[in-house]
Design a protein around this ligand. Structure first.
Ligand code: NAP
Length: 274
């Protein structure tokens, strides 16, 4: 497994996404993922599955210190008091006394960003979160966060996959030591059957989804968090560390049209050009 340095912490580059994993399916999926080797789990207050993640990881019988858990502040809970209370609830549900990474899920104009970041800073000082970061932040939002917090912004979690390249966001993040976590890393199924991706997959005896994940984790400072409820898919997705894409593959993959954005709800910011 490749690890990404996140402010001195080696974080497994492949994590386990949990959006749309709920109830008993989620509670089963977490120990399944841990069993096949995942040590990094991504959840969020809005996914309404933190309690299942908490029950799932504790059932797996590993030490808390072996696991990297990310959660995210609910979009409508960015005021300082809400951030503090929300994290207390998350910790109870997740059955832990700290999360490894807390993210602002979406930028908002409803609360000054500085208020949210300062509340997160207090949680960090209190040991309730180990690192803090952001999600769905444009270059402008990242700049504002960096101006407030300097080098303490650990990560920006963004939609990033072979069909959406996000070069401006990536360039800014890299220049400021901010790791990038790729969500929708499988483009929610759109890599399967894609002629160029399938051609590279055939060459390596891999699947199109494995090519998409390998393309991400092969980049400096990039993590990926595919979601699956299936044991076969969980194994397939983690089976990307014994091969590498070569220069010819990268030329073909980097040249794919890169403007397929899958997640853009009404509250999304005005995105940077791809
Ligand atoms: P994704 O990981 O790109 O795709 C998930 C879909 O692919 C599921 O339908 C899954 O179905 C299927 N799948 C997984 N592995 C497969 C395989 N090897 N072969 C065939 N199909 C496969 O999309 P996502 O779940 O939207 O994104 C991943 C994670 O990113 C989320 O779970 C969440 O943790 C995070 N996320 C964050 C944000 C944000 O705003 N920060 C937004 C979206 C997502 P099965 O379950 O049947 O395998």
């Amino acid at each position: 497994m490749i690890a990404v340095d996140m402010q001195g912490k080696a974080v497994p580059a492949l994590g386990f996404g949990t959006w749309a994993l709920n109830g008993s399916e989620c509670e089963r999926a977490i120990p399944m993922a841990i069993e096949v080797g995942y040590r990094h789990i991504d959840t969020a207050q809005t996914y309404e599955n933190e309690a299942e993640v908490g029950r799932g990881w504790t059932a797996a019988g590993i030490a808390r210190g072996e696991l990297f858990i990310t959660t995210k502040i609910t979009r409508t809970g960015n005021a300082a008091a809400e951030v503090i209370a929300g994290v207390e609830t998350s910790l109870n549900k997740l059955r832990t006394d700290y999360v490894d990474l807390l993210l602002i899920h979406w930028p908002t104009d409803a609360v000054p960003m500085a208020e949210t970041l300062d509340a997160m800073g207090k949680l960090k000082s209190a040991g309730k979160i180990r690192a803090l970061g952001v999600s769905n932040f444009t270059v402008g939002h990242m700049r504002e966060a960096v101006e407030r917090l300097g080098h303490r912004v650990a990560c920006n979690q963004i939609e990033y996959h072979l069909l959406l390249k996000q070069q401006r966001v990536i360039d800014y993040a890299r220049a400021h030591g901010i790791a990038l976590t790729a969500y929708c890393p499988l483009a929610r199924g759109k890599l399967m059957g894609h002629p160029v991706v399938e051609r590279v997959a055939k060459k390596h005896g891999k699947t199109a989804n494995q090519i998409g994940l390998r393309w991400l984790v092969q980049q400096a400072g990039v993590l990926a968090i595919p979601k699956t409820a299936s044991l076969a898919h969980a194994r397939e997705n983690i089976g990307i560390f014994e091969f590498a894409l070569d220069a010819e593959d990268l030329r073909a993959l980097d040249a794919l049209p890169a403007n397929t954005r899958l997640v853009s709800p009404a509250w999304a910011p005005k995105w940077d050009a791809a």
